[in-house]
Ligand binder design. Structure first.
Ligand code: BGC
Length: 811
């Protein structure tokens, strides 16, 4: 089996050993406001806060060859031209390695005795991509080396940049001062920001006009300036501004030289935009560049970044005896959670950054994986999300990260949205104990005149479901529930129409068993939050609402061997043995069992047995089976995908952890772990088949009915990250933040007999040791803290921070 890389656990890096990976294997640099996506060949792009509205460099999706465009360093070594990341020149390298680390990427290429090493990072506290390029002469002869840097600027609004050429070809503007290139398109008018691309050494030449640099009809693989070893010193005027520096130097045998390149984003106050007519105020850029002039400064920033990640990853750390689980839980899964927190679903190699902003449901769920890392940012996010809710409790499905305003680009009326907010807020309060968020005044639809407390937002969320129930007393699905593509009220027959925005007639009949699982699952937490807020009456009413819903599910949602998925707009069953296709779906089995529905009736066990029997495959649990082989107007987009892909029978990784958690509810440690392992990237054996990065989760792996069964798509930005971290850290390893303290409730596989864990929680540190003799089932869990047994496994939260030794025995 062809392999493309391996984990270096000690360095917390993934090492890619050849550049021609099946798809670009990328990394996300940046953890605050400035972000860069960087592939293993140096491809990718940068943006500030919002990939659509403040895009700094261009990237062309659908391009051939794939992954063309990025931050490039062309080397002309005595007429031989190459790029250390292999792309775009694709000259044969003598050595190549890419190491993706936490917030940085190293690329090394070597040819004819010249080695180039680039280390790129977005330093903590700076709005810039900072790259150190080192050239080392490993040959026995002196070398005359010429390096050309290259980035292509985007004219800020990425959508406009790729569509509105009649205007854009005339707007591009730059300034050049010494080794700094300033991209200032539209600065003369409404913008107060510009980009700078600079190097910390005098340059022998530069280019800022793409055509001058590349030459007419030439691509990134053969820039004329590089092949002729001569910058044109071009000054962009309209067309496509770029940034290229030329550095020429001689390296004696064994000698090396380093340069630091900074690609930064800068803003000026409105009244200080210019220093003279049309001359931009460069003070913020100069300040930024002064931070990265020397190697010592670069090294310090690099150490700071490592320290930042050390701190974050010390909050939850496990040593389970299974290195594959440990490396995911301790490093890569948490790292991916940070990326989904920052990006939601907006910008990846599968998301252009133009279409989707922050999703209401997506971001609320992403918080579940992120809450322990930086709860204060999670708090802020929850407030932003809640501010896009409407007064009736429903919500915009997404909002723009820069403006934080909701938009209708993918419609509204997804009836699961409101409940996710309660999940998110409950998770926040459980992690932090901070009840003040409930009293926080939050507007509806960003209109301050109709602001109410966060708790009132939650009440409207909860009652939205109660007030929108169908003939069986089950929640109405609206446009869709978590499964975006089950569009039971949409009836779209017009080619090219979007299911998300097509007219959605509310049948008043289409009901969702999935939302009923959410409702039951969140009810206890909602009641607790009500009580904390002083709403005793509302809290007292919750058990009744919950019970009604459970009864409706048991009466109208059980199909005999598993839970139904939905009722469609005709009142027909979806996900029933009576259906020809799509007989059983994963979502209700996961969410209803997680909520405890049907446990004592034996339905839960049957449902999970059916999951194993019908949906389980080598690569994970399929979303439903058998997939739809023809288009069903009454089901919508789900049946528009060929069988086995995406929501039509793919292994939609996001919902696999729900089965892990459901198995844990029933106490099946071996079965929970077995499901966990099947989609977990570190257990992948065939990297070529899998296709996407083997260090992060992908949204989907093609299901058993697909011609390319086992092939993953849509890596990085998926709710899988948060849910698998939740499932592994809380469901399997059983470290559960709760309102009153830290609950220890593991459900381990038999082989995990001795587990050591560290968890920082509300200022205290818990060193936990678990001895498991239960043999793959949950067993009886005994928790002893500093020598004293605690009731129900709940360690009460400390008033003052302390260190605790926790002994857990499972028999
Ligand atoms: C969307 C999610 C949705 C999932 C399943 C993803 O692409 O971002 O909001 O729950 O698909 O349809």
């Amino acid at each position: 089996m062809e392999q493309y890389g391996y984990f270096d656990d000690a360095a917390r890096e993934y090492v890619i050993t050849r550049p021609d990976t099946p798809s670009p294997w990328i990394n996300y640099l940046g953890c605050e406001a400035f972000f860069t996506l960087m592939s293993n060949t140096g491809g990718g792009y940068s943006f500030y806060k919002d990939a659509r509205m403040l895009r700094i460099t261009r990237y062309r999706y659908n391009n051939v060859p794939t992954d063309a465009g990025g931050q490039y360093f062309y080397i002309n070594d005595g007429g031989s031209v190459w790029t250390p990341g292999w792309m775009p020149v694709r000259a044969k390298l003598d050595a190549y390695e890419c190491r993706h680390g936490l917030g940085y990427t190293r690329i090394m290429g070597e040819k004819d005795g010249l080695q180039a090493r680039q280390v790129s990072m977005v330093p903590f506290g700076s709005d810039a991509l900072v790259t150190r390029l080192t050239l080392e002469n490993k040959s026995a002869l002196a070398k005359d080396v010429s390096v050309f840097s290259f980035v292509e600027f985007c004219l800020w609004n990425a959508q406009d940049d790729s569509t509105n050429f009649q205007r854009n070809f005339s707007t591009g503007e730059v300034e050049i001062v010494g080794s700094a290139i300033y991209h200032k398109t539209e600065y003369r008018e409404r913008r107060n920001h510009y980009a700078v691309y600079a190097v910390n050494a005098p340059v022998q030449g530069f280019d800022t006009d793409r055509e001058s640099f590349l030459g007419a009809y030439r691509g990134f693989d053969s820039p004329a300036a590089v092949f002729e070893n001569l910058s044109r010193n071009s000054v962009a005027s309209g067309w496509s501004p770029v940034g290229s520096h030329n550095l020429k130097f001689t390296l004696a045998p064994g000698e090396s030289k380093s340069f630091i390149f900074v690609l930064g984003y800068c803003e000026n106050p409105q009244d200080q935009k210019f220093t003279a007519q049309d001359v931009i105020n460069k003070a913020p850029a100069e300040k930024l560049l002064a931070m990265f002039r020397t190697d010592a400064q670069f090294d310090r920033a690099f150490d700071d970044l490592a320290g930042y990640w050390d701190g974050l990853l010390s909050i939850y750390n496990v040593s389970s005896g299974d290195e594959k689980l440990d490396r995911m839980v301790n490093v890569w899964n948490q790292y991916q959670c940070m990326v989904t927190f920052n990006m939601s679903r907006s910008a990846s190699y599968f998301e252009s950054g133009i279409g989707r902003g922050m999703g209401f449901r997506d971001s609320s769920q992403d918080l579940l994986g992120f809450m322990h890392l930086i709860p204060s940012r999670a708090r802020e996010r929850l407030i932003d999300i809640a501010a896009t809710q409407f007064k009736d409790g429903s919500a915009y499905h997404q909002y723009q990260p820069l403006t934080k305003r909701g938009n209708f680009e993918v419609g509204s009326g997804f009836n699961d949205d409101p409940l996710w907010l309660i999940f998110g807020v409950a998770a926040y309060v459980k992690e932090t104990g901070d009840l003040s968020i409930l009293s926080e005044s939050v507007p509806f639809d960003n209109d301050e005149s109709v602001a109410e407390s966060m708790m009132e937002h939650l009440r409207r969320s909860y009652h939205y479901t109660i007030d929108h129930r169908g003939p069986h007393g089950l929640p109405l699905i609206g446009r869709a529930d978590w499964n975006d593509c089950l569009n039971l009220n949409c009836f779209s027959a017009t080619p090219g129409e979007s299911f998300q925005t097509t007219a959605n007639f509310e049948s008043g009949v289409a009901e969702s068993l999935f939302i009923s699982g959410m409702f039951v699952g969140v009810s206890d937490d909602y009641a607790r939050l009500c009580r904390e807020f002083g709403w005793q009456e509302e809290a007292d009413a919750v058990p009744g609402f919950k019970q009604d819903m459970e009864q409706a599910v048991l009466k109208h949602g059980w199909d005999g061997e598993w839970f139904l998925r939905a009722y469609d707009a005709y009142g027909h069953k979806v996900g029933s043995n009576e259906c020809d296709e799509g007989k059983i779906y994963i979502e209700p089995q996961g969410f209803l069992v997680m909520a405890g529905v049907g446990v004592k009736e034996g339905y839960a066990q049957k449902a999970l047995d059916s999951v194993r029997k019908h949906l389980l495959s080598e690569h994970g649990v399929a979303i439903h089976t058998p997939p739809y082989t023809r288009y069903h107007l009454e089901l919508g987009e789900i049946s528009s995908y060929p069988p086995g892909y995406k929501e039509n029978g793919g292994i939609f990784c996001h919902n696999n952890p729900w089965i892990v958690l459901a198995e844990a509810v029933l106490g099946h440690g071996d079965r929970a772990f077995d499901i966990y392992r099947r989609t977990c990237p570190s257990y992948i054996t065939d990297q070529k088949l899998h296709h996407t990065e083997p260090y992060v989760y992908s949204q989907m792996v093609a299901g058993p009915y697909a011609p390319r069964f086992g092939q993953a798509k849509n890596s990085w930005l998926t709710g899988t990250a948060a849910w698998t971290f939740f499932a592994a850290s809380q469901g399997i390893l059983g470290i559960e933040p709760d309102f009153d303290g830290l609950k220890i409730d593991p459900c381990l596989p038999a082989f995990m007999t001795d587990v050591a864990l560290t968890r920082k929680f509300r200022g205290s540190t818990y060193r936990i040791r678990m001895q498991n003799k239960a043999g793959g089932e949950k067993g009886r869990v005994k928790v002893v803290v500093d020598g004293c047994a605690v009731e129900g496994g709940l360690i009460p939260a400390d008033i003052a921070p302390a260190e605790h030794e926790v002994c857990v025995t499972i028999e």
